[in-house]
Design a binder for this molecule. Sequence first.
Ligand SMILES: Nc1ncnc2c1ncn2[C@@H]1O[C@H](COP(=O)(O)OP(=O)(O)OP(=O)(O)O)[C@@H](O)[C@H]1O
Ligand SMILES: [Mg+2]
Length: 451
Amino acid sequence: MRAHARWRSRRPLRTRLALVTSAAAALVTLGVCAAGFTIIRYELVHQLDLTLTQHATLVQQQYRGQGPQVVYGECGYLAAPACTQIVPASPAADPPRPYLLPVTPATRQVAAGQRGAYFDGITVSGHPARMLTTPFGTGQAVQVALRSDAVQKGITQAGELMAVVAGAGILLAGGLGYAVARTGLAPVARLTATAERIAATRDAGVRIDLPAGRGEDEVTRLARTFNTMLGALEESVTAQRRLVADASHELRTPLTALRTNAELLAKSDRLTDSQRSRATAGLQRQLREVTGLVNDLIELARDEEPQALVESVRLGGLLEHSVDTARGHWPEIEFLSVMTGDPTVRGVPARLSRLFANLLDNAAKFSPPGGPVEITLHDGPELTVRDHGPGIAPEDLPYVFDRFYRASAARALPGSGLGLAMARQIARAHHAELTAEAAPGGGALFRLRFT
Ligand SMILES: Nc1ncnc2c1ncn2[C@@H]1O[C@H](COP(=O)(O)OP(=O)(O)OP(=O)(O)O)[C@@H](O)[C@H]1O
Ligand SMILES: [Mg+2]
């Protein structure tokens, strides 16, 4: 197991793949060659055995009823007929002429009928030969032998040929394995190179080139996912940069006004009482604005609701409380709320209050004196806030949720354009959808729908 892990960690994937592919191809080549050699050898020997069997049958027919004897003795010549002898079970009955083929106890056993016919590889006069010993009549055996030089040579040649083929096959397998690993892993190598480049340059704008017109293989899918991930990363980096740029831009104006007032107050001995109190009031107001702006920015920079604060929230109670607070802030506006049911959602109460406050604050801010601002809550859960102010122009509608966006009509009123951006962010974190629309009969209508 540990050796396996070491092999995996030490060698690059390409080498491993090349080795495994080559080994598999080499194994197949070796197997095929070995099987081919076995078949050729069997066929060659089998042919010789058939000839011997035919010859033995012929001898059995021709010499029926005759006693032990040496039939053909010219075993040494290549072209000679099969060397043949008839052997008795008992050595006492042996013919006077000496045998040319080896007579063993096994031969006597065949003659005595104690053993079946068998083939044997022997050497006759220094030449390789194959011999068949088979029962003949009663108490005798026929032995026939043929020189097997040609067969032996054939087998050796076949063996050599197969060895050469196997060697070439293994070399080819090695080459193929390397080529397969190289081409197969080329897209992965490209992917790795891109990932390494991004890691080195921290440039999320780089993308992997997707091969045009190629099918959806695993690597292409991985590359596509990787590109999607890079897109998301780039978007998030850009959004962060924009937030910082927007924030510093937005902070510059109130800070300049603050500095002007502060400088003015530094020379307070030269100011009249009314000028001084105007400057003090302005300073305080601008400080409040900057503080609010900074707080909003901090809230916006947060992404997710902290899990520890998530609880079951009764929307009715929370909304009631927010409306009461808004009534305190905007005594001249009439807030009318209609609540059917008391839906409950999972969320962070302080953040949801913030969302409601932003909607109520906008409605009151843009309402004509007296209002009214109408609020409804019903099961779904769905909440609407509607006012009777100027409403949102259709061309502004797509942008009101953008950070720092304020319609030109709203520039005269206090605000920084962060309220709705924050409201939508809170809504999303609570799996809710916040939308704006034109209310029938004029005014703006904001709808918060939980899913
Ligand atoms: N009830 C509404 N009626 C008409 N216009 C609205 C209404 N609510 C929002 N808007 C438009 O959408 C813009 C963005 O609203 P948002 O609440 O984000 O910013 P703001 O109220 O101007 O500033 P902040 O909320 O940061 O003090 C507003 O400037 C205004 O143009
Ligand atoms: Mg607002």
